[in-house]
Design a protein around this ligand. Structure first.
Ligand code: FES
Length: 76
């Protein structure tokens, strides 16, 4: 299953499907067999980068509607 990314209004970014996750040093996160996870978008999770539900308690508000990005600039 290809990776699906869903941006939830007022909440996390959900990743589903076939993916791996690593930190900046290249260390892989053990996901315990999960095929779907939520990534914190509010900055308040105590389990970053994963969502722990704090966005709801804090009243995080961010509405994201899909839109197109401008053309990518050529890399020099
Ligand atoms: S988005 Fe859920 S804790 Fe930040």
């Amino acid at each position: 299953m290809p990776t699906k990314v869903t941006i939830f209004n007022n909440g996390p970014i959900r990743l589903e499907g076939d993916f791996t996750m690593q930190d900046a040093a290249g260390n892989v996160y053990g996901l315990g067999g999960r095929t779907a996870i939520g990534l914190c978008r509010c900055g308040l999770s105590s389990k970053k980068p994963f969502c722990d539900g704090q966005h709801g308690k804090a009243g995080f508000e961010s509405l994201c509607e899909a839109h197109d990005l401008p053309e990518a600039k050529p890399k020099v």
